[in-house]
Design a protein around this ligand. Structure first.
Ligand SMILES: [Zn+2]
Length: 422
């Protein structure tokens, strides 16, 4: 397995000239040569559920995809890059990850095809806002990150409101709280506290991601207006009431199955420890530690590890229920902790989704941006899958379908070209 990230990001939206409907007249003629790249002869997976397109061309202008499909002509003056035998997919969005060492971790995420990561909380994040703000550049050579900042841990409703205000002053992208007792070992945030957090965040126009373990808390958080459920329900089967609440509120759930796996997978030496691609990006000091017999023995004897093994079964069954019910699911690895080996968990996450009988999480990642950002946030429309035109935006997009011939046109700029070549 090897990936190259075709990572050409984030020039500001600009209008593309031209108004012809034909696939060959894609409005690029007026552009300077060199600002346009055409990737040709590739297999295109557009991030929807539709079949891959053989022998496709993707045209990128100033870092944005302006046309993609099998009937797309290479514009005059474009730099042409032949990708025969390669597959291009949308960059993956890790909806719940963590970043510890930004430069190292964001490059690792990118190597695994993750071009956007929501780092859901950590004290160091307060000092990374500048890095986040500097990432809208066509030469970005890492995944872009969005930040929750310090995870709130207030003891009173007044403190809750104060901490929300402080994180807003830091310019975080989302508020993160934990409602959990860590297998009955720590006090759990009370409902009046998390209600105050959510209420204050909403008053300030911010969204709240909630760490949960128990169904009761997930339901309570949703009732209070939570915008994102950052883990699986892991204590019991999800209830029909919970499912319909997720659906009616349009809230996205992030299963983070690999978080549970990571609590017990190092009981022995896992297969991926001999995967060359994994080893290329892994922190070998951590890998060697996790190979030590004493370390593995301790994990085998850990009651928490055994408890989370059971939790993974519950979470996997719940994922199937949620997917079958049409709840929005976002891929998330919760990586950045134990091993810092983002790709290992990412890879496994996909497999576990499949094992749960669900669709793989990856093609649905774009849903997170839609779920969390809402239509007012321009970012929501700039990354992820190439979408079938909606009725409201049909004037801006044209699509032609005939024998896998699909052409997407973005008159107002197109999707950011975070595409991955396998
Ligand atoms: Zn986390």
């Amino acid at each position: 397995m090897s990936y190259i990230v075709a990572h050409e990001t984030a020039a500001p939206f600009r209008r593309v000239g031209g108004s012809s409907d034909s696939a060959s007249a894609i409005g690029l003629r007026a552009q300077q040569p060199g600002s346009v790249k055409a990737f040709t002869g590739l297999r295109l997976i557009d991030g929807t559920d539709r079949a891959a397109i053989a022998n496709a061309t993707v045209v990128v202008r100033d870092g944005r995809i302006v046309a993609a499909g099998s009937g797309v002509a290479v514009p005059t003056g474009a730099q042409s890059i032949a990708l025969a035998g390669k597959t291009v997919i949308p960059g993956l969005i890790n909806a719940h990850g963590h970043v510890n060492v930004p430069d190292r971790d964001l490059k690792t995420y990118a190597a695994y095809g993750v071009t956007t990561v929501f780092s859901l909380g950590g004290t160091d994040e307060a000092s990374w806002m500048g890095l986040r703000d500097a990432q809208a550049t066509p030469s970005l050579a890492r995944a872009r990150m969005f930040l929750a900042g310090p995870v709130l841990a207030p003891n009173t409703p007044a403190e809750a409101r104060d901490q929300v205000a402080k994180n807003q002053a830091l310019k975080v992208d989302v508020i993160k709280i934990r409602v959990d007792d860590n297998l009955a070992t720590t006090p759990k945030m009370k409902p009046d506290i998390y209600r105050a957090v959510i209420d204050e965040a909403h008053k300030r126009g911010m969204r709240v991601a909630v760490h949960v373990f128990y169904l009761e808390d997930a339901k309570g958080a949703l009732d209070a207006g939570a915008d994102f459920i950052a883990h699986s329900v892991r204590d019991q089967a999800v209830s029909p009431a919970f499912v319909s609440l997720l659906k009616s509120r349009g809230v996205c759930l992030c299963p983070t199955l690999m978080r549970e796996v990571s609590t017990f997978v190092y009981e022995s030496t896992p297969d991926f420890f001999s995967d060359p691609f994994f080893l290329k990006h892994a922190d070998m000091q951590q890998v060697n530690t996790l190979k030590q017999p004493a370390q593995q023995e301790a994990m085998r004897k850990s009651p928490a590890a055994q408890r989370y093994k059971v939790a993974l079964d519950v979470a996997s069954r719940n994922l199937k229920t949620l997917v079958d019910s049409g709840v929005m699911i976002a891929m998330g690895t919760d990586t950045g902790g134990l091993l810092g080996a983002e790709g290992a968990r990412l890879d496994g996450e996909g497999r576990h989704d499949a094992a749960a009988g669900s669709r793989r999480g990856h093609p649905r990642c774009g849903a997170l941006h839609e779920a969390r950002s809402g239509p007012r946030d321009a970012r929501a429309r700039q990354v992820g899958r190439l979408r079938r035109p909606r009725r409201r935006s049909a004037r801006r997009y044209r699509e032609h379908e005939k024998d896998q011939r699909r052409v997407y046109r973005g008159k107002s700029g197109g999707q950011i070209a975070d595409w991955i070549i396998e």
